[in-house]
Design a protein around this ligand. Sequence first.
Ligand SMILES: Nc1ncnc2c1ncn2[C@@H]1O[C@H](COP(=O)(O)OP(=O)(O)O)[C@@H](O)[C@H]1O
Ligand SMILES: [Mg+2]
Length: 299
Amino acid sequence: MDISIQNLNKVYKNNYQALTDVNLDIESGMFGLLGPNGAGKSTLMKILVTLLEPSGGDILVNGKPLSKNRQDVRSMIGYLPQDFRFFAKLKTYEFLDYAASLAGISSRKERRNEVERLLEQVGLYEVRNRYANKLSGGMKRRLGIAQAIVGDPKIVIVDEPTTGLDPEERIRFRNILADLSQRDVIIVLSTHIVGDISSTCTQMALLNEGKIGFTGSPNDFLELSQGKVWRTHVNFDQMEVFKQKYPVITTIPDANGYEVELIAPSADDFVGEAIAPNLEHAYVYFMEYETNNSLSSHE
Ligand SMILES: Nc1ncnc2c1ncn2[C@@H]1O[C@H](COP(=O)(O)OP(=O)(O)O)[C@@H](O)[C@H]1O
Ligand SMILES: [Mg+2]
């Protein structure tokens, strides 16, 4: 499986350019699309799932242009939209049964097997008789992923699936996706939360203001900020100056000031020890020093 996004542009009717010359190669495995709110993640995903037409460029799915194979490609795709809602009047299993008929599984018996398999896979078997709108937030999201993977789609697109989930549900959701990515499928996951880009992502891209700023492995992304993350001690009266000057990641107060971790191209004007970056450091570094719109106030 491979998806090749080529010079994709999207200009909305009000002339707002949401995507500018997006080029991406996506192969089997989990692909993390990271970007702040308004970056264009949902726009890109809606184009991928054929709900929206691009203004320019095309997407090749296994070498075939999406623009000429919309029906074929659509049948390969499962999609969990960012604002996913379901019919309140349906029980959990009824909703999935309905999703299975929409996915083209016409045999009742086949549908029943598929629904049972999905309920097990996402851990909703116990609550299958509960009305879908009575499920907890995390369960609703798992029902969302279940409807996206009805009928074993080759491409699974999930748009900010972890927003608003507590840490336990977040991990649970991530594990469901990780299991899924063991097969020969493409999973594209968008998020504005750096922590969602886990080691299970084989590839990632950073989208900012409609442009791809980085693409590669999470490790490659970490490399960008290698040698730019510092641990140092800052006295009380210097703290404001430091915050103006550098993105300060963590501050731990002590008797005469703070132990801080900050991002800086060099340690020319303070005494600090370079520490190994994590993805959050790399993200802050990237937004601050490799784009035009810095995270500004550094707070
Ligand atoms: N239908 C639309 N018409 C005009 N502008 C839109 C429309 N949908 C989204 N946008 C704008 O495009 C930009 C990207 O939106 P979106 O793709 O939803 O970003 P993200 O999912 O990364 O938060 C935002 O500035 C948003 O306001
Ligand atoms: Mg979005």
